[in-house]
Design a protein around this ligand. Structure first.
Ligand SMILES: [Zn+2]
Length: 310
């Protein structure tokens, strides 16, 4: 098969559920761009896919990215933009905060839980809490290390008459806090509905310059002697860990005319101390919802050198 033909076949498969288009149609469009207009193949592909998206009235994330979809366990999901089939129970439904979202909540299977979003325009049946569904062709999404699945117009929903035991994917780590990463301390988040991205120099990567809202967070690294674990402390956990409240942090930053003093102070108070932390895992992060101070401090330099050598 020629290169053009191969790419045309893949594109045709992506649209086979939506458009009555043949491989020949796709190939002739690609061929013209690549061979007549000397457009690089990757760009030609993008352009041809855009054409068919327009024709089908679909968004890019509503078509299959190529290849068949595989069955997955929720706890194993660790890749962005992967198309998967899952069998899961609706553990919890939350209030959607945007009109674009039809339903949002938590799915669970034997391996653990994951957030799901069902687009309002997906035209899918309402999912009910406590029921088990076979969901075909969902797409994974990653945001700040947290994974979720999205139900879109191509997703198939089948209610199953079965019970499902939902696994607990929370984890416990015991070790020395050896690093507090950038983006920790007193941070500002985007105030836009459904956003909450952390601002960099007053800018949200999605919404540009915004008046941020203060929050406390620590992105830390705990070394248990064998492995290093990335852990996130939210405002409440950060206050418990450091003894510094959001109000105190704001005051410190105001006095110093500098927000970085907060993270510096937090480093001073915690680095090298031993903690036991526990909470659910989201991607590579453990989200701390329980903690205990064990002892400290140890020699941070030594622990750090060890952590880096892993
Ligand atoms: Zn934003």
């Amino acid at each position: 098969m020629t290169d053009v033909r191969q790419h045309a076949t893949e594109i045709q498969e992506q649209f086979s559920d939506h458009l009555d288009v043949t491989v020949d149609d796709v190939a002739s469009r690609l061929d013209s761009l690549v061979n007549e207009y000397k457009v690089p193949m990757e760009e030609a592909r993008r352009s041809v896919v855009s054409h068919y998206l327009d024709e089908a009235g679909l968004e890019r994330d509503e078509i299959r990215s190529g290849g068949g979809t595989e069955d997955a366990q929720l706890a194993d999901i660790d890749t962005d933009e992967e198309w998967l089939n899952v069998t899961a129970k609706v553990v919890d439904l939350w209030e959607p905060r945007s009109d674009a979202v039809g339903q949002v909540g938590l799915l669970g299977d034997e391996s653990g839980t994951i957030k799901f979003t069902k687009w309002a325009k997906s035209d899918l049946p309402e999912l009910e809490e406590g029921k088990v569904y076979s969901l075909g062709n969902v797409v994974t999404d990653e945001y700040q290390g947290n994974y979720s699945v999205k139900l879109n117009r191509t997703t198939t929903v089948e209610e199953l008459d079965q019970e499902m035991e939902v696994g607990d994917d929370s984890e416990e780590v015991e070790g020395a806090l050896v690093d507090i990463q950038s983006g920790s301390g007193l941070i500002k988040r985007c105030p836009h509905e459904d956003c909450t991205r952390v601002l960099q120099n007053g800018r949200c990567s999605e919404h540009g310059e915004v008046e941020g809202e203060f929050d406390l967070r620590i992105k830390g690294v705990v070394d248990d002697g064998v492995d290093v674990h990335e852990v996130i402390f939210d405002e409440e956990a950060t206050e418990e860990l450091t003894g510094i409240s959001l109000d105190e942090a704001k005051q410190m930053a105001m006095d110093a005319l500098d927000t970085t003093v907060v993270a510096d102070e937090m480093r001073e108070k915690t680095l090298g101390h031993y903690y036991r932390v526990a909470g659910p895992t989201m991607g590579r992060y453990l989200l701390v919802d329980e903690m205990e101070t064990l002892s400290g401090p140890v020699d941070v330099e030594e622990a750090l050198i060890k952590a880096r050598s892993i």
